[in-house]
Write a protein that binds this ligand. Structure first.
Ligand code: SF4
Length: 354
């Protein structure tokens, strides 16, 4: 798909495309037409651009190629979730997961091939970090998932979460550009309030989100309430301690006014003690927030187990008694290794038939 002697047209911003046309002495609406074809309509060839004349199509063809991601395999879970393995133009693969529920269809997208952060409870953390995704490679995951959502569930995607493979804030520009394309009318026109970016906690970049006054939702993968425990399972905590995160979150909240979500995976007899819940209550006083309690999905690479229901409910009781909003996120797609923390390009037994 990559053509070494030509430029990848999907790496160009609308302004850059307008400049290209200006240099040819052509009006800017031509750039807007082409931009719509490569984003909203997501075509793979210039010949599909039926409102662009042949001469112009030939000029574009000479100068550029159109790179795209494509679905190479899909696996459906007994609970209805679907994991897609998506091939990028350089043949690398990432995973994207569609999660249907009663009133929504959520797509979980990847932002990097592999991940450099090495969280010990996460299968992606055991993979080698290979590269950042381009904005269009993230956008295409949503575009392809949209098509599949309509075919599998007869419903469009309602929510997008940046919680797949990789740390989105370590691919900041491409992630923000992808959100821009997903939310603008020339792209998919999805409201930013339906998008959640989740980070393992890069304090400097959380502040940058504040400076950029982003409009999407924001979640911090907290998973432990003191530095000693957090550094054990998330090495990034050594350089981004809870006090640094606190400062960054307060800064972010003051700039955006956005209530944040703490993601908290309950690991049996590691971070599910009542004392942990009490520490979490104190953290919840930093800025307005809610807590998502996530059921852990065991992975081969690690010995952690999920908390028992009794321990989970005792933990949640402490939070609720202190007025904290708590949602429980039950595991989805476990049988296809598509659940939270399980994305590691493993082959499955259950190929989709659709
Ligand atoms: S949890 Fe997220 S940041 Fe941590 S290793 Fe997995 S993909 Fe990377």
């Amino acid at each position: 798909m990559l053509e070494p002697n030509k430029k990848d047209i999907r790496l160009l911003s609308l302004e850059e495309l307008i400049n290209f046309f200006k240099n040819l002495g052509l009006p800017s609406y031509r750039a807007q037409q082409v931009y719509k074809w490569i984003w909203k309509k997501n075509v793979s060839t210039f010949t599909q651009m039926t409102d662009i004349n042949k001469n112009l199509r030939q000029i574009l063809e000479k100068e550029f190629f159109i790179a795209q991601a494509s679905v190479v395999a899909s696996y459906q879970s007994v609970d209805g979730s679907v994991k897609l393995q998506i091939k990028l133009p350089d043949n690398k693969i990432v995973e994207t997961v569609l999660i249907p529920s009663k009133d929504r269809v959520t797509v979980c997208v990847s932002s990097q091939v592999g991940c450099s952060l090495g969280c010990t409870f996460c299968a992606t953390g055991y993979m080698k970090m290979q590269r950042n995704l381009h904005a269009y490679e993230i956008y295409d995951q949503v575009f392809l998932a949209q098509k599949l959502a309509l075919s599998y569930y007869q419903k469009p995607i309602t929510n997008i979460v940046y919680m797949g493979m990789g740390e989105p804030l370590l691919n900041y520009n491409n992630v923000l550009q992808s959100i821009n394309r997903i939310t603008t009318p020339e792209g998919l026109g999805i409201s930013p309030r339906r998008i959640t970016l989740s980070t393992a906690g890069i304090a400097k970049m959380i502040k940058k989100l504040g400076d950029d006054q982003v409009k999407f939702e924001f979640a911090l993968s907290l998973h432990a309430t003191n530095d000693a425990k957090r550094s054990t399972i998330m090495p990034i905590n050594e350089s981004n301690s809870l006090s640094k995160l606190k400062e960054a979150l307060i800064y972010f909240y003051n700039k955006t006014g956005t209530r944040i979500t703490y993601e908290y995976i309950l690991l049996h007899q590691f971070n599910d003690f009542v004392e942990d819940a009490q520490e979490l209550v104190a953290i919840c006083r930093w800025i307005p927030c809610k807590v998502n309690i996530i059921e852990y999905n065991p992975i081969e690479e690690s010995n952690f187990q999920k908390s028992s229901n009794n321990r989970m409910f005792a933990f949640i009781e402490v939070l609720e008694k202190n007025g904290i909003i708590v949602n429980i996120r039950r595991s989805r797609g476990k049988d296809i290794n598509g659940a939270c923390g399980q994305l590691a390009l493993k082959a499955q037994q259950l190929p989709c038939t659709k």
